[in-house]
Design a protein. Structure first.
Length: 211
């Protein structure tokens, strides 16, 4: 097993690209820290109850809380799989926790999208609460409005996708997550793809960056 980290602002397309690639290649496993946390909130676990208020206000949950979840997934992943790790690490402390897990890092890929595009991306986002598929009302619409193509569930708008919370999430991204770009560049692990070119083009560029 090895790990490819997805870096990028909220709404840059990390989940979309990872989901698209994992659907077409059984050796790729998409692991989203946000989906793990939303799952814990929905199930009402202790971790979910602790995470809820942080997530709804756009703040990062405590490092130890999310690191425990990621450690469990890393421990359960074996063989020839490549884990597409989406949303973790989010700051330098988490990057060092990941280093300490001992799983080999293959690449950190930055999906580069300017802030000016992010609000529109997130305003149009619809997600499936059941199978986690992601859509956009204009860029990636479902076949039937409001209904997931894959499992037929009713699509929802995430609670943290309102413009004020998105602005806060972007500030946190620039202050806490962006330093990871230099962290991985200095170790020769960074690749950057242009995230503004449409889902399929981004997926092709991403795939060649990790080949
Ligand atoms: P998380 O779920 O990780 O949210 P995020 O990083 O803010 O990222 P998003 O899911 O918003 O965006 P994305 O890049 O996946 O974009 P998407 O593919 O959906 O985290 C949520 C919260 O959980 C955090 O705020 C925090 O509280 C907590 N959390 C999570 N991880 C944590 C951690 N490690 N530590 C602490 N707290 C943590 O795309 C967006 C939209 O654009 C979609 O509608 C899509 O259809 C569209 N789109 C995508 N790509 C394209 C394209 N190429 N062209 C046109 N449209 C596109």
């Amino acid at each position: 097993m090895n790990i490819v980290i997805l870096l990028g602002a909220p709404g840059s397309g990390k989940g979309t690209v990872a989901g698209f690639l994992a659907a077409g290649d059984g050796s790729l496993k998409h692991v989203s820290s946000g989906d793990l946390l939303r799952g814990a909130v929905a199930q009402g676990t202790d971790a979910g109850r602790e995470a809820k208020a942080y997530m709804e206000s756009g703040r990062l949950v405590p490092d130890a809380l999310i690191a425990t979840m990621i450690k469990d997934v890393v421990a359960a992943t074996t063989g020839d799989e490549t884990m597409l790790l989406d949303g973790f690490p989010r700051n330098l402390a988490q990057a060092k926790i990941l280093d300490g897990m001992g799983a080999p890092l293959k690449k950190a890929v930055l999906i580069d999208v300017p802030d000016s595009i992010i609000q529109d991306r997130i305003a149009g986002r619809r997600t499936c609460p059941q199978c986690k598929a992601g859509y956009h009302v204009k860029n990636l619409p479902p076949k039937r409005e409001g209904v997931c193509d894959k499992c037929g569930a009713q699509l929802v708008v995430r609670k943290d996708d309102n413009p004020e919370t998105v602005a806060d999430r972007l500030k946190i991204y620039h202050a806490e997550t962006e330093p990871l770009i230099e962290y991985y560049r200095s170790r020769g692990l960074l690749a950057t793809v242009d995230g503004t070119t449409g889902v399929e083009n981004v997926a092709v560029a991403f795939k060649s960056a990790i080949a």
